[in-house]
Design a protein around this ligand. Structure first.
Ligand code: RNT
Ligand code: ZN
Length: 421
């Protein structure tokens, strides 16, 4: 599409949306305020840099595929993320896992990490003018090999992981302080049992105790916010997950934490979009891990599907933007990894654009009058409105490739950068 075509179709779209009472210029201003936390771990299949050949292990999460060009060092992760950021409209954040520290070739165990191992990441974010989020890494480690970390009955292991999370939170507070925007620190643990356990309660008692210990220090909300991430099951932990949704929702409510809702972590017929307003009756904020589960928590690249759309609608319809922190969480090693990011992030942005373009007031009026056929009809009509024309104009206005033009950019990056790795 050339510039003229984009402008022309936007002008028409603006008029059409205007007839439904929606101001598209205002919508685009709101789009610029949307900030998505880009997970660093799609660059290298959740390997991290503790050892040169680190790979994801344990915890029932798997990156499948061996597409060439994976990032092998911090410089490459940053270059890849910069490429991704350059192809997205708006201003995003970066979400780092503790295993991605700048360890300078030294073996630094998880209970030894310090701010200095993340200073270069903070400086990099400062240079880019973006915020940063952080995660304790309670997997891919000999002390997680038996399937238990914070809820372990092995006291030495449990203490080790408590110390790791404690340090990660302190680092998070410093990240938020230095960057001037609160760092969301998320705790997810793989703990669970492949076969029928006897002592579910014992592990949950330990998990609660460990979280209390790791979170004993309160940091100002302006610096860091704690989130805890639940899960239904993992491969190798099919019979019981210690950190279930019930457990963490209870923990988050009684300790004023954020619950992290990963849409791959529930029964496939459950929708995270439906959970947001339920959780926000009792919590100040939630964190989202936006992903695409296929049959299980497969962490496929996010696409514009109904689950994602409901999430975006629920946030926008209720003005929850300031109470919902949005992060991506997928790792597909079978396709170009930069392409995976851009598809996933752009799909998420599109879902928000569609939500912002909805004539919500009109739909709500129909609903409240009991005109449910009309509500359904208008909802269906929304699906074929000129969304693409507004999206294309937004991309052009933001100075990033319009429509599928970014595909060529990524292919060029693959030829010139990824293929040389
Ligand atoms: C695993 C969780 C967790 C991880 C990342 C790497 O099932 O979703 O969020 O994906 O922390
Ligand atoms: Zn997740």
């Amino acid at each position: 599409m050339n510039k003229e075509m984009i402008l022309k179709s936007y002008a028409t779209a603006k008029e059409i949306y205007g007839s439904f009472g929606v101001d598209t210029d205002l919508v685009l201003e709101k789009m610029d305020q949307l900030s998505i936390s880009l997970h660093c771990w799609q660059t290298d299949d959740v390997g991290g840099f503790e050892t040169p050949d680190a790979t994801l292990s344990g915890g029932g999460i798997q990156a499948t595929g061996n597409y060439p060009g994976k990032a092998r060092n911090i410089g490459q992760v940053r270059a890849d993320l910069e490429k991704v950021l350059s192809l997205l409209p708006g201003k995003q954040r970066i979400n780092l896992h503790a295993i991605y520290g700048d360890f300078g070739g030294e073996m630094v165990d998880r209970n030894q990490i310090e701010l200095k191992h993340f200073q270069s990441w903070i400086d990099w974010c400062k240079k880019l003018g973006i915020g940063m989020d952080f995660n304790a890494s309670c997997f891919s480690h000999p002390r997680a090999a038996d399937g238990f970390t914070l809820s372990s009955k092995n006291e030495e292991n449990r203490k080790f992981w408590v110390e790791h999370v404690r340090r990660c939170r302190a680092i998070s507070a410093e990240i938020g302080k230095q960057l001037g925007t609160p760092c969301v620190h998320n705790t997810w643990i793989p703990d669970g049992s492949k076969d029928t356990p006897i002592d579910r309660n014992g592990h949950r008692v330990l998990l609660k105790k460990s979280l209390d210990e790791a979170m004993a220090i309160d940091y100002p909300k302006s610096q860091m916010k704690d989130a805890v991430e639940s899960k239904l099951f993992g491969i190798g932990a099919e019979s019981m997950t210690v950190g279930s949704h019930d457990f963490y929702l209870g923990y988050a409510i009684s300790n004023k934490k954020l619950i992290c809702l990963d849409n791959g972590h529930f029964h496939p017929t459950e929708q995270v979009g439906d959970k947001i307003s339920a959780c926000l009756q009792f919590l100040d904020e939630v964190l989202l891990h936006v992903t695409r589960p296929i049959r299980w928590d497969s962490d496929h690249v996010v696409t514009l599907n109904e689950d994602l759309q409901l999430i975006a609608h629920e946030i926008v319809r209720n003005n929850f933007q300031s109470r919902v922190n949005i992060g991506l969480d997928f790792f597909d090693a079978s396709i170009n990894r930069i392409g995976a990011y851009v598809v996933g992030a752009r799909s998420t942005q599109k879902a928000f654009l569609i939500a912002l373009l909805e004539p919500t007031k009109l739909l709500l009026e129909l609903e409240e009058k009991g005109m449910n056929f009309e509500r359904l009809a208008y909802l269906e009509e929304q699906k074929t409105m000129p969304i693409g024309a507004v999206w294309a104009y937004y991309l052009m206005k933001s100075g990033v490739p319009v429509g599928p033009d970014y595909v060529e950019e990524i292919r060029k990056y693959e030829r010139e950068v990824l293929s040389t790795r």
